[in-house]
Ligand binder design. Structure first.
Ligand code: AOS
Ligand code: ZN
Ligand code: ZN
Length: 427
């Protein structure tokens, strides 16, 4: 489904008077600071967030699935959905694929479809947490860390194959999230499992073209509950350092135990030039994968502050961070939810740009704690929505993407087009 540009203009015109007033007010307020609206608007166009191909359906839980209807039926339709998100938000011009869920049967056709929607291929993802039909060996007891070299070989070859698909599509990076772990004390030789994983990653790394990056994701538990081979940023950093210069850690917000200081992890990794990727979501408990900014919006602000400061100083040449929304949906309309998440990322990014870092640094040097807090609050409490709306308006997006999505009955149209129980692999 393609949105008619005129419909977006009509929508924007309806919001224009109120929007102009609000934007002018904020623009004036920021005019004489070191972060005028014009500068923020410029920087916003560089903030592009990848959408994963698996976030476009209402996957459900192991207890039940309640289809929302109109879900994509194939890779082309997944791209159409992301194209729509990008058209409205102007912030989602990248798609992250998962193999074998998204095997591109006809590479040229897939590339043409990507062009049609203005999408580029972000990090590729491998899958060694599920057995595929006809597969010689099972991943029941692990993949890259498995005790049996034949299973490791199969998992390594799969990762190489994923890189090959990515090369054909023009992707430049590979994310490895490993489910490998154990459920029972004593079940696994923890240090051998880590060593085998490092060896497997080295082979995968060696298969990547010279301009590719490898992102190593960590997660404390799930699907296994006693141990996970890559449970935390320290292990991920260690593996990335051992593997090579173009191997980096990937931070997923939901992959920390409650109250972990994630902004500090981000600061540490950037200071070593080792933060490669970042998965946005939010959670009440663990890997809930719910709407970005819906539970801990202030944490997200503190993280963006560390990214802003870290990337400005950048002593070890941290590369641009590959951002992705790693969400999954059970109840909410996935497209509406992703638009809400994009909104939240954009707003928080802007708030972090409003921080007066020079004064903050001075207050820190003087140990003036309450002044530090005041500087943070001054930025965080600002209603920055007019800037994000203005950004979208100038780029041809919708002033209010979620409202537009509802006004246009997009889901209803998709149900008509694709059916009420449509699905594709990975959804
Ligand atoms: C899993 O928990 C990780 O967040 C992965 O990044 C991703 O969600 C998975 O590869 C998709 O199944
Ligand atoms: Zn993730
Ligand atoms: Zn996750």
């Amino acid at each position: 489904m393609k949105i008619d540009k005129n419909h977006i203009s009509d929508h924007n015109n309806g919001h224009l008077d109120k929007h102009r007033q609000e934007f002018e007010f904020l623009e004036k307020r920021l005019r004489d600071t070191d972060h005028p609206a014009s500068k923020i608007l410029d920087n916003l166009s560089k903030l592009q967030i990848a959408i994963p191909s698996w976030a476009l359906g209402s996957g459900g839980t192991r207890f039940g699935r309640f289809p929302i209807g109109g879900q994509p039926r194939n890779l082309e339709e997944k791209m159409a959905d992301i194209g729509l998100l990008h058209q409205l938000s102007q912030m989602a011009s990248r798609i992250s694929l998962h193999i074998p869920w998204d095997i591109p049967e006809d590479v040229e056709k897939i590339k043409a479809t990507a062009d049609e929607y203005g999408l580029a291929f972000d990090a590729m993802n491998s899958n060694t947490f599920q057995d595929q039909p006809g597969q010689a060996h099972s991943y029941k007891h692990g993949s890259l860390s498995h005790t049996d070299p034949a299973v490791r070989r199969q998992a390594i070859n799969h990762n190489k194959e994923v890189i090959d698909y990515g090369v054909q599509l023009g992707s430049k990076s590979m994310t490895v999230w490993l489910a490998d772990g154990s459920n029972h004390p004593g079940q696994s030789n923890l240090s051998k499992a880590l060593k085998r994983t490092g060896e497997s990653l080295a082979e995968i790394y060696a298969h990547m073209p010279a301009d590719w990056s490898l992102f190593i994701e960590y997660k404390p538990f799930e699907p296994y509950f006693y141990s996970t081979v890559i449970p935390d940023w320290g292990t991920s950093y260690l593996l990335a350092s051992d593997t090579g210069d173009r191997a980096y850690s990937l931070v997923d917000l939901g992959h920390h135990l409650p109250n972990t200081n994630i902004e500090q992890i981000v600061a540490t990794l950037i200071s070593r030039g080792k933060l490669g990727g970042f998965h946005f979501n939010d959670s009440k408990f663990a890997d809930d994968d719910i709407t970005v900014g819906s539970i801990k919006p202030y944490q997200l602000f503190l993280i963006f502050m560390e990214i802003t400061q870290g990337m400005a100083a950048n002593p070890h040449g941290n590369p641009d961070i590959a951002y992705m929304i790693d969400a999954s949906h059970n109840l909410k309309d996935p497209l509406a939810d992703l638009l809400e998440s994009l909104e939240s990322i954009g707003l928080t990014y802007i708030k972090a740009a409003l921080v007066d870092y020079e004064s903050l640094e001075q207050a820190r040097e003087e140990n003036d704690i309450s002044r530090c807090s005041a500087i943070l609050q001054d930025a965080y409490q600002t209603d920055v929505r007019p800037i994000l709306r203005e950004f979208r308006r100038r780029q041809g997006g919708a002033i209010d993407p979620v409202a537009f999505y509802r006004e246009q009955n997009v889901r209803e149209e998709l149900v008509k087009e694709r059916g009420s129980d449509s699905s594709a692999s990975g959804l």
